[in-house]
Ligand binder design. Sequence first.
Ligand code: LCS
Length: 389
Amino acid sequence: MHEQWKSATLAIHGGHIKEAYGALVTPLYQSATFVFDNAEQGGARFAGDEKGYIYTRLGNPTTDELERKMALLEGSEAAAACASGMAAVSSALMTHLKMGDHLIASNAVYGCTYALLSTQLKRFGVDSTFVDFSDPLAIEAAIQPNTKLVFCETPVNPHLQVYDLTALAEIAKRNNLISIVDNTFMTPLLQQPLSLGIDMVIHSATKYLNGHGDVIAGIVCGSEEHIHQLKYEILKDFGGVISPHDAWLILRGLKTLDVRLTRHCDNAEKIADYLNLHKRVNNVFYPGLESHQGFSFIGKQMQRAGGVIAFELVGSKQDAINFVNKLKLFTIAVSLGDAESLIQHPASMTHSPYTPEARAEAGITDNLLRISVGLENVEDLIIDIEQAM
Ligand code: LCS
């Protein structure tokens, strides 16, 4: 049955198991631990001789449903839910890396991912090289004898550059590297990296998957072997597991993902067109615009361009900051994918962990602004931008 269902249906029904009392909605199993009938049963569960729950850090029925649903949506064998998007990124990396290894990442990624790769992993003897992933030759040129994996987001946070995932998967396979893609900006409804040959997909579920701004969580999707290792070694021992309550909220959010994304994309397309024609705007970064480097990937690698737009205002950094402060309907906050439209200044906020040099290299300028277009009436949003201009 699952095989025939489209994503919108899977997001509602996928992975659901009929509940004992007939409840329509998956129950929230808000329990830290699970009771054994006797000591022998407890021992058998720990030994793996008997199936069944032990302790929520090792598995929980509510969390399991989220993981089954996400695996179906991404087309992976398995999935693991984590305490945050950063827990998903770090757990996925720790599954594959050890001291002395090297990885290659795109030079623009979410700020904390950059900090993890450039600073934290270094403390454990793992080196990272950052290159422009729009140039496949640059990726190949960065490969060393100890390179283990390649990592990127596409579209990139914050400026929406798009990378060719088929080319990336091909480079990874030819050089025996693991490929990991952060699919947060797209969700599996707009882009499925595993179908293009990528090995692992990561999400900050904090964003569109939950969609309501009330959860911090992450997901990793991949092969049975990789996810088993991630769950029963990395998550078990490092502990970055999701709370069942957050898993339950994401299950609720996923039911409306398809309709929410349609609205996010519709609104963002109209706002990108408006900004593109505005004389106070220098550059609009939105893959749905013909002028954008990522436009040729729309309808192929990615179904639509999503709900995030970046743009540079004419003038100084202070002019950009003044514009942000004048907005009345857009809320000044980091994060994205919520019902509320949000605006933030990447250089001083989400991408402040970068050094100024690395930020310049990654194309994140001081007057770049990023908006997450929400679900409001788009005319109201444009009126708000117009009055702040
Ligand atoms: N990956 C991407 C692409 C992200 O945008 C973020 C967070 C993360 C991973 C980490 O997820 P978290 O741990 O926050 O769930 N991005 C943010 C942003 O752009 N503004 O605030 C957070």
